[in-house]
Every structure is written in C-alpha cells, then in structure tokens.
Design a protein around this ligand. Structure first.
Ligand code: FES
Length: 110
C-alpha cells in the first residue's frame, strides 16, 4: 500500500431526477473528480496524492462535496473552477481554501 500525503474523496452519488435530496452528480461531480485527477497527474503527484469517487457524504445540499484526508477538511459547492486552487493551496501548500470549507460537516444534511 503506497503512502499517500493526501487522499481526496469526491461524492459522485447519483439520485433519480426530482429526488428532493438532490445529488452531487447533478451538480457536476464527475467533472470535478476528473479535474482533480487531471491536476494531480499533470503535476506528477499521482504517487503521493489520490482523488477517488465516493458515495454520499451526507452533505447533499452542499454538493459537490469533497473531503481531504488526513486533515478531514470538508469542502462544499466545489466546481471545476475551484479544483486548481484546492490542489495548489491545500493539497500542495497545506492551506485549506477557507471560502469552500464546511465548518459543521458533522451535521447531517441529507
Ligand atoms: S449526494 Fe453528495 S453528499 Fe449526498
């Protein structure tokens, strides 16, 4: 098992159209996941950082939702345009992107 400096999980959960909970998939989660993977690949970080799809992270109203380990920093309303900033500031620089951080992620917002 390789050592990972950071491990990012992106909710790509899909719900049927019209479901009142909504889902991250309808907000562009797959494109966000692809953008993270592309950024890590292009920067040569694939061996030490990983971006994986996740099921529902119970923050549906705030999707697209991501969580970064080991710090357990949660991000909400993430778009493709935010990916580069998260990679540069947080994954590489160690500084979370405050404007996207979910402060009360333990609250169940399903
Ligand atoms: S569907 Fe993404 S957090 Fe629930």
């Amino acid at each position: 098992m390789p050592h990972l400096d950071r491990h990012l999980f992106i909710c790509t959960n899909v719900r049927e159209p019209g479901n009142p909970k909504g889902c991250c998939a309808e907000k562009g989660a797959e494109a966000v996941r692809e953008a993270f993977k592309r950024e890590l690949h292009e920067r040569g970080l694939k061996r030490t950082m990983r971006a994986n799809a996740a099921g529902c992270l119970d923050q549906c109203a705030r999707g697209v939702t991501c969580v970064v380990y080991p710090e357990q920093v949660w991000y909400g309303h993430v778009t493709v345009e935010d990916v580069k900033e998260i990679v540069e500031s947080h994954l590489i620089g160690g500084q979370p992107v405050e404007r996207l951080v979910i402060r009360d992620a333990s609250t169940d917002l399903k």
